[in-house]
Ligand binder design. Sequence first.
Ligand code: B12
Ligand code: SF4
Ligand code: SF4
Length: 362
Amino acid sequence: MIRFMQKSNPRLEMNEFALRIKAWGKELGFQSVGIADINLGAAEENLLQWLAAGHHGAMDYMAKHGVKRARPAELVPGTLRVISVRMNYFPDSSGEAEAVLLDLSRAYISRYALGRDYHKVLRNRLEKLAKRIREVGECQCRVFTDSAPVLEVELAQKANLGWRGKHTLLLSREQGSWFFLGEIFIDLPLAVDATQQGHCGTCVACMDVCPTRAITAPYIVDARRCISYLTIEHKGSIPIELRPLIGNRIYGCDDCQLFCPWNRFAGKSIEPDFFVRNKLDDVSLIELFAWSEEEFHMRMAGSAIHRIGYEQWLRNIAVALGNAPATPESKKALSTRSQHASHVVREHVEWALQLVAKHETD
Ligand code: B12
Ligand code: SF4
Ligand code: SF4
């Protein structure tokens, strides 16, 4: 077995090793693998501005690590390169997303959360790749996916996995944007990839379709307005003025990706872990609202949705039921929770019942 140790012809060895790593990554099910150096240039300043503007809302973890997020070698001393990978998640089996969004009696759940939690899937696969790398190269490496203070999109863009769209996510010409990102920090000077130019041009579709106008300028998302933040990250009461704009989105939001022209070419996922569970791509709000706490824990075990907890789950569905067409069934469903132990649930149910009553008299 060849061992890569930066010896006789370091540059050649690091080129060859980089190619090997990319081939292994593809064998392990990643659609792309790229390599970047750790100089994140203007990203640090942009991150600081974003934080200073308060766009992170209550996501304290975004501010906690300061500039470490933009300095990989401060997070893992000795890091010279970051290997970025992407894995498609849009389940091949899922139904029509747009049709669900238009039918307000049904629940819309982000395509990334229809199956099992991606963190484990990606981490396991990255660990396998890191193991192969360690077996062949004399090096230290550590894997991350959405789990540490890392500017993942910025690194992936540098590694030529795609470009950053105006919605701030990474997208590629061949695969669109329905993919997760993950990284391996490594202390070898592997050959790096060239950064890709953007292909958004004059398009602003993502900004125009965003229901809450959370993309306040190209490449800037004010998380406090983003439905993904409001339904997943935000605890407590959802600002009243934003509730009607949430529609039937009860966990995350995909609109800025659904209407991006490049997603016409998007790759679908063939990972069984990302296949739809519990009919979450085609289910009524009333059915989900009727789940008991035990049912929620049982059905959502292993899903990213489990992490928001039952209270937040009911809160989100109550908002969606308030936005749905008023029917005797929706009124009845909401009334079953009007005495719920959680004041957050009660408050959102009350708001929804007021809307139902208003629609009835209209
Ligand atoms: C915090 C976070 C969120 C927050 C904030 C989102 C955001 N845009 O910042 C919330 C909860 C809203 C969120 C939502 C979603 N997220 Co998220 N999120 C993250 C996380 C943990 C950090 C992102 C971050 O660093 N934000 C901080 C700001 C400063 O970064 P930024 O917006 O990217 O800003 C950069 C540029 O825009 C630029 N910039 C900033 N200001 C300016 C100004 C000018 C003039 C210019 C030119 C540039 C510029 O510089 C900044 C620094 O690089 C990453 C994982 C990770 N560790 O990176 C996942 C991640 C970005 N999320 C992801 C996903 C899938 C989503 C959702 C699609 C989930 C869903 N369906 O609901 C939505 C999409 C919403 C959206 N349009 O961004 C994926 C994206 C994969 C991809 N294809 O890119 C990631 C990478 C997780 C992963 N491992 O796969 N997310
Ligand atoms: S995820 Fe939804 S709310 Fe957030 S920026 Fe995209 S379209 Fe807007
Ligand atoms: S919708 Fe248009 S502007 Fe937004 S990311 Fe896609 S191509 Fe870029």
